[in-house]
Design a protein around this ligand. Structure first.
Ligand code: NAD
Ligand code: ZN
Length: 373
């Protein structure tokens, strides 16, 4: 007899909108059973993208049907380009055309793109309808499905139009990652490492031992890593739901450098978000070592681990060098976290401990980037 799939549950404690995150293999097949008790009306609208639909939509709809839940499916084109106002406008029209009511459940099946646009639709349609997230990328499972941020892009920039809106339930089916391209798995791994680096040295040590198994999608390692990541983010978010204090800013570790790298490479396939974060975390450690707040050994250890996981850890790997310093600094100066021209960075003190550095000296930063390779 086969052992039952081990599914773990994490309760996200938010005063009026607490919800569960279920993590483990086989959750798409169980979705009908898990969602049904939350439903006020036995109607679901599933939003997904073409790639995810090919692999996982039929399984989800079968599971809903087996629990007498009528479902409509809306299939978007894959990719970040879908997260714009034009697609959003068509999406809400299509959802409304399904004859929805407040009690209709919107189900987001896909990566962060689907989660963000469907979540924003749920937040705004009829002033808010129930929604469930079924994240199918590692990045979405460990990051975008926790915290209640939803958003789309505008011509002025990324994620500028959105809302804080919590799902009723998150089903992170770790087996759904089997169809995800390996490069996307590694990019999601970059965000997992981030949690160890900002808060949890023991978790980072565990990743040093188990990271390979995790990236090979070994079920137990994957479930544990997704759980620990979600718990860490949930604790930080619960303490600072609307990102007013320093605590939630720690989640941006590696991201100020990372966003600059993404901007410099044109937000293209040349550099995925999680890859940019990996390289950004290496730069943050190197910079911290240079200004004497962290040790050189820790910086080397982090670089070694991320490189071993197949993530970029050097500017040269993405076709950049020190000559990009001024442009990178320019991108960093446009970051949302800039106040009065001073750049705020999240820097490590050591592995497992990060802090917010308010007014990083620009000249110091320029000198550092000019020498980076
Ligand atoms: N709301 C938040 O808190 C938050 C946090 C982090 C990122 N995000 C957003 O998430 C987006 C990035 O998310 P992402 O990396 O998941 O990208 P994505 O949704 O574009 O997915 C990446 C690619 O993988 C494909 N895919 C997804 N699941 C698959 C599967 N199981 N098998 C095969 N292919 C699959 C998709 O079709 C897509 O081509 C960005 O728009 C970012 O702004 C939001
Ligand atoms: Zn990120």
């Amino acid at each position: 007899m086969m052992a039952a799939s081990p599914v773990e549950t994490l309760r996200v404690e938010l005063a009026d909108r607490a919800y569960d995150i279920l993590v483990g293999p086989g959750l798409i097949a169980r979705a009908g059973a898990e969602i049904r008790p939350l439903m006020r009306r036995r109607q679901a609208v599933v939003v997904t993208d073409e790639t995810v639909a090919r692999h996982h939509l039929a399984g989800l709809r079968d599971s809903l049907a087996a629990h007498d839940i009528a479902s409509h499916a809306i299939v978007l084109p894959p990719g970040e380009g879908t997260k714009d106002l034009a697609h959003f406008g068509r999406l809400v029209d299509d959802i409304l055309a399904c004859g929805i009511e407040r009690g209709t459940m919107l189900v987001a099946l896909g990566g962060g793109v689907v989660g963000d646009i469907a979540g924003f639709a749920a937040a705004t349609l009829l002033r808010g309808i129930d929604f469930v997230q079924i994240p199918t990328t590692l990045l979405a499972q460990v990051d975008s499905s926790v915290g209640g941020k939803t958003a789309i892009n505008t011509s002025a920039g990324k994620n500028l139009l959105g809302a804080f809106y919590q799902p009723r339930l998150v089903l992170a089916d770790t087996a759904s990652l089997a169809t995800l391209p390996r490069r996307e798995v590694r990019a999601g791994y970059g965000e997992i490492v981030k949690y160890g680096l900002i808060r949890d040295a023991a978790f980072f040590e565990w990743l040093e031992a188990q990271g390979r198994a995790l990236c090979d999608l070994e079920p137990a390692a994957l479930t544990r890593a997704v759980m620990v990541s979600c718990r860490t983010k949930a604790v930080i978010v619960a303490a600072d739901e609307r990102e007013t204090g320093d605590e939630r800013a720690l989640l941006n570790f590696g991201h100020t450098f990372g966003h600059a790298l993404e901007a410099e490479t044109g937000f293209s396939d040349r550099l995925l978000h999680g890859e940019a974060v990996a390289l950004g975390m290496v730069l943050a450690f190197d910079f911290a070592a240079r200004v004497g707040v962290a040790s050189r050994q820790d910086a080397v250890r982090v670089r070694h681990h991320l490189a071993g996981a197949g993530l970029p850890t050097q500017l040269s790997q993405i076709g950049l060098d020190g000559s990009a310093a001024d442009r990178l600094l320019g991108h960093m100066g446009k970051d949302k976290k800039v106040r009065d021209g001073a750049i705020t960075l999240i820097l490590p003190r050591r592995i497992g401990d990060a802090f917010v550095m308010r007014d990083t000296a620009r000249d110091e930063l320029r000198g550092f980037l000019a020498q980076a390779s």
